[in-house]
Ligand binder design. Sequence first.
Ligand SMILES: [Zn+2]
Length: 343
Amino acid sequence: MDLTNSDYAKLKKEIESEGLLNHTPLYYSIMVLVDLVVLISSFVVLIFLHEWYIVMLMALPISFICVQFGYLGHDAGHWAISRKKAVNNAIGYFCHSFILGGSFNYWKHKHNEHHANPNHEELDPDLRQDPFSFYEKKTGQKKGMGRLLTRYQSFLLPLAFFMISFLIRKDSLLYAWKHKKECVVDFLLMITHFFLFIGLTAYFIGIVKAFVLYIITCMLIGFYLGIAFTPNHVGMKTFTDADSTNYLTQQVLSSRNVKGGRFITILLGGLNYQIEHHLFPHVSRKNLPGMKKIVKEFCGKIDISYRDDTLSKAWKDIFIYLNEVGKHARRFPLLKVASNMVQ
Ligand SMILES: [Zn+2]
């Protein structure tokens, strides 16, 4: 079915008439407050109780709440929290640059590119996740070790999640170094992050425990982010310049929702409404469930596939998909792989 911009405008009008494009500052204020209380309480517990097993246990709530701050930073990057740019920026810097230790500007830059071209094989930075191949053509471009890893990517991907936090820090620093003027606040907050999360924690619980807690927390945050983010687009339709598509179709067909109610929404930070989020990125997380019915009905009317799976079904499909894509690397004999590796 041929869709035009007026179809998107019609959908937007319907959503607007339900008041779902309005900002919800109270909702976000409560969320920031709750997250802060949990994070500060976790560190206060560590000041008084810092046996090794307690330090390890506290890594769980700290990682969980840090990811919640990450979701808030994501929403701030879309200006979904407030109508005021300064408020969104302040929350974004606080959540990403200070709490997570990664550049908010780097995140915005990369994530906006992704939103403009979701699952576009050349233009979506989220599809450039070496050594993994999220579409067949990429597998064909792999050589040597990359090809070898791609063969087993469905098993390796969850293990790689543990590295995400470290990679975000590395890419953030590289981006901030290249864009020094734009990233002054990022630099200052990232330094403060290391000073507080390692330095100040070390003052109370000792340097070894503080350092181990930091590394474990980073690994858990990465794993959590990987489990949460991957279902959004992996295994969904990918696009190239050769596809004649439009904004609405590409956003819907490249995205997968995860169903499961309020618990899943807290766990995945509202990104479980990925289709609605991609169609209207600046919409408050609070309004996404209300939008779902309208968007789903609309997609039914214009005959566009609307993907809505449970988290386990989504992950089962992702595993099968990555295995299928990885199989293309398996067509080559091991000997050829080995010879590529030494070239
Ligand atoms: Zn987004």
